[in-house]
Every structure is written in C-alpha cells, then in structure tokens.
Ligand binder design. Sequence first.
Ligand code: GAL
Length: 430
Amino acid sequence: MTTRLRSIHSRSIRSLRRPLAVLVAAAGMSMSTAQAGEVEVLHWWTSGGEAQAVGTLRDLLESEGHSWKDFAVAGGAGDSAMTVLKSRAMSGNPPSAAQINGPEIQEWGELGLLGNLDDVAAEENWDELLSPVVADMMRHDGHYVAVPVNVHRVNWMWANPAVLEDAGVEIPTSWDELFAAGDALREAGYVPLAHGGQPWQDATVFETVALSLGGADFYRQAFVELDQDTLESDTMIEALETFKRLRELMDEGMPGRDWNLATRMVIDGQAAMQIMGDWAKGEFTAADMQAGSDYLCAPVPGTADDFIFNIDSFAMFQLEDEESTAAQKTLARLILQPEFQKTFNQLKGSIPARTDLDMSGFDSCAQRSLDDFKAASEGNTLVPSVAHRMAMRSDVQGAFFDIITNYFNDESMTAEQAAQRLSQAASLAL
Ligand code: GAL
C-alpha cells in the first residue's frame, strides 16, 4: 500500500471506529461496579476485514474492565477452529466463549457444556430484538446459550467494475451470461472468477448454483430435509454440472488458496469476479474501496429473490468462576449493543443481528442485503447455508464437503455419481 493509501485507509477505519469510541466512553462509566474477569474467545477471524471487526469487540469488552484472551485459529469458515475446539473441550478445558454457528450450537448444548444466558437475554429483551429464525438458533432446550453477532448473505457475487469495463462486459445475471463474459475476460487477460480451492469454498459456490437452478424449496428439500430423491434429481445433476463447469473460469493457482487472497485478486484487478459471502466486503472496506463505484455486488445469477443466510454467533461455555462468568455475560450483552452492531457489521460486511437499527450509515450492498433478507423471510426464500454450518449436523456436512470437493477436483467423477453419493451420505444421517 502506498503512503497515501495507507493514510486514507487508517482515516476511514478511524471514522468507522469513532462511534465505538463514544460507546466505549459511555460504557466505561459503569465500569467501577463490575468485577473484572477474563474471557477467552475462540474465533477464526484473521483476515484484514475480519481482524478489524473482531478488534472492536475486544476493545469494547476491555472498556468494561474485563480482559480478552484471544484464541484465534486461522482458516476460513472455521473448519480448523472447530477441530481445535473439540480437542480443548475433550481435555476438559474449553474456552469461555467460542464462535459456534448453526445446528452445532445444539450439538454442544446436548453435551451439557454450554452456560445459560437467559438472564442477559431477559434483561436485554433478546426475544424482541431478534428475528425468530435467529433467536431459535441461539437456544438449546428453550434456553439461550449463544448470542448472534450478525447475518451474512452467502449468495453474492463481487466484481471489479474497471475490469468488467475493460473487457466490455456487464455483471452477469444468468449462467449463460457468466460463461460468455468469461470468454471476453480471458481474452482481455483476466481471470474471470477468483476462487480458492478449499472444501468450504467449493461448497459455498456449489450451494449458490444449486439454489439458482432449483429454487428455495428444492434447496430445503435437498439440504435441510436431506430428501434422497431430491439429492439424486435431474436438477441436482444439472447443478453439479454447472458447478464443475465454473472451473473453466478459474485459474490454476486456486488449490488451497485462502478466500481473502481470492478477494485480493478482484481488488487488485487480476480477476473480475468472486462468488463469496459478504465477509468479502470486509476486505474491500479494509482496502478503502467504496461499494457501487470501486467494487460491485450482485446476487449470484438466478438468486436475486433468495437469501442464503449465515449467522455468526458466540456460544458461552459453563464456568465455575464468578468473575469469569460475569465477564462472559458482559460479552454476551455487549454483542447486541446498537453502536457495536453498527460498527462491527460495517467492518465485517454483514448486516446487524438485530432488526431495529437505522441502516443509513451502511453501504448500498448492506442495505440491499437487509431489504432482500426481509423480502426473503416474507417470501419463504430464506435458506440456511450448507457450507457455513447452518443447514445440517456437522457429521453430514463433513460428508457433503468431501463429496462436493472430490467431485469438483476429479475429472472422472460424473455428476450422477456425485448425486448418488450425496444421497447415500444423507441416508446415513436419517
Ligand atoms: C464464515 C463466517 C464468516 C467469515 C467466513 C470466512 O463461516 O461465518 O464470518 O469469517 O467464514 O472466514
């Protein structure tokens, strides 16, 4: 980054942090009564945008006199973080707070390891603040055990407008348009679609294609109800074929590449587009780029009316120690504070977890995301992400990841075979 860019960049981050500074000062006033404790927080937010966002939560907790012990485990979508969490929990020493998303919250709840946040939830009125879909995910056996930070939309496509213009193409609204744009972009010397070949990124792209071709009901039947006929259907086979064809638009450097490095290719103008959830927007923001002019967002072709959601949340583990429990509950309370929700989610690329906030400070992509979230909730086209642990239990999800990735990377495996395997994996879970 040049010196000028660096100074603009730190200015823009400073301006996003300003409201938080006010909040922090206000929170500090009530500090003297609290008992100081420590919260060890497991998360996987290590990219530029992610680290800035989680930094605001650490600052806020510390402003209340508690300390934050950072337990960051790098790796997009948290696959490595979840492995580390399991081994810490198995040795009887889980962290006090951990980023755990979706049905896995239930799995940890069933093990009897999570603490009860009902008192914080009642004081802060979570039942009113959260939409039912979000609140349900945070409860185990009727009790709040986790707190949501945000709502991410997965079915986004990000584009560099200067690259599109140079190749004389528009942001595509259908798969045919995307493949046609791909030819023009290649000819102009660009990688049409930036991608990182990791199982969760493959699954992220695949689920958007499946939704696009099959629609929300099909998606739910396949990935939530795990209906075998749907998993083996012609529509699924077509989705698998379209997904594999996307390889034509990707580059040879993709194996193992981290998602934020793929986003970087779009930022730098090496690639035209990326299919990725809106945490990618955190990277554009961290690079001081403006939505609508420096970069574009558009729903993945054929999914404009649908919304694949991915909710980040922190589950709290049961603790003996009083100070640490107080610190943990403070963290749970702070996460849903209005100013924090705004600052954090602007840096992270997501929309707030609570539905009552003024969105005027948010960019056009976030505003669209919120409008689409509401429309999809009403139109019943809101669906949970497979790749981001929202749709199914972790054992089935792991099997789906393997099948999707193996199929994507194995020239000899047919779409029919992959569909059969998905169906078999689902049958084991029923
Ligand atoms: C998702 C997570 C996002 C983002 C992304 C990449 O699973 O929900 O917050 O961090 O992984 O790491």
